[in-house]
Design a protein around this ligand. Structure first.
Ligand SMILES: NC(=O)c1ccc[n+]([C@@H]2O[C@H](COP(=O)([O-])OP(=O)(O)OC[C@H]3O[C@@H](n4cnc5c(N)ncnc54)[C@H](OP(=O)(O)O)[C@@H]3O)[C@@H](O)[C@H]2O)c1
Length: 228
């Protein structure tokens, strides 16, 4: 069960684009206090953020004032995030390597390492959990349903810290989706572009089946060979 010390009540979101604002709205509607940041001065996003129920702040302030911080910025810009202020916090990695946005970055496409492991290496004092990356923002917006609603869709999560994983599972549930644990952060590769689960807008049973098929998929075989 979730350690009450890890209960997320205030959520910071770094990135005020398509994914960040949808997740901000879902969190605000679920009763979370939500801070949203872009890379610079928050003033240009303050109205958009207020419209979804959040408060626009700087990235440093979002990290300092939140129990957990969700990364919804381009992966190629993750080295700009405030490492010190994220120390000790749960960091939810919703990012994907998308060459059109990130440029050609072979390190983000290395089958030996999931991109969330790279983020974890950059934030050694934080507890990184991958979540909310595989579903498109429009599906996130349209498919959120109350707990136990028929046809509810699922969000896969991956992480190494059991308490952080439990806290993020609860967040996923509160935001309107069934959490499905994929495994440790290394298994986040099963949720990345190139894997069947990437783009998944399906229920928990179907998502679990996709993850179970990963080892026999083309990408799964490449990953298994690379990891020896
Ligand atoms: N679009 C989707 O359907 C979807 C779904 C799930 C996950 N994701 C993932 O979420 C991430 C964002 O995707 P998106 O489609 O939302 O992109 P987007 O619409 O282009 O928004 C990106 C946001 O990140 C902000 N940003 C850039 N550098 C930042 C920094 N250092 N600190 C804080 N904010 C920063 C940008 O603001 P400024 O440039 O103004 O600072 C912008 O608000 C990607 O990694 C993507 O793979 C996307």
């Amino acid at each position: 069960m979730t350690d009450s010390a890890d209960r997320i009540r205030t959520l910071g979101i770094l990135g005020a684009g398509r994914a960040g604002l949808v997740l901000a709205r879902l969190a605000a509607e679920a009763g979370y206090r939500v801070f949203v940041a872009r890379s610079g001065d928050p003033a240009p996003i303050s109205r958009r953020v207020a419209a979804v129920g959040g408060i626009a702040v700087s990235a440093v302030e979002a990290a300092e004032r939140s129990d957990a911080v969700l990364l919804a910025l381009p992966l190629s810009r993750h080295r700009e995030i405030p490492v010190e202020q994220l120390r000790g916090r749960i960091v939810i990695d919703a990012m994907n390597y998308w060459w059109a946005a990130d440029g050609i970055r072979p390190e983000f496409d290395d089958p030996r390492t999931s991109t969330s492991e790279l983020v974890q290496r950059f934030l050694p004092q934080s507890r990184v959990v991958k979540a909310f990356n595989h579903m498109g923002y429009q599906d996130l917006e349209d498919e959120a349903r109350p707990h136990a609603a028929p046809g509810r869709k699922a969000i896969a999560i991956a992480g190494d810290d059991p308490d952080a994983l439990a806290a993020v599972a609860r967040l996923v549930d509160d935001l309107g989706f069934d959490p499905v644990v994929a495994g440790p952060l290394a298994s986040g590769i099963m949720l990345e572009p190139g894997a069947e689960a990437f783009g998944a807008d399906v229920d928990a049973a179907e998502l679990r089946a996709m993850l179970d098929r990963f080892p026999t998929s083309q990408r799964g075989i490449v990953v298994a060979r690379a990891r020896g």
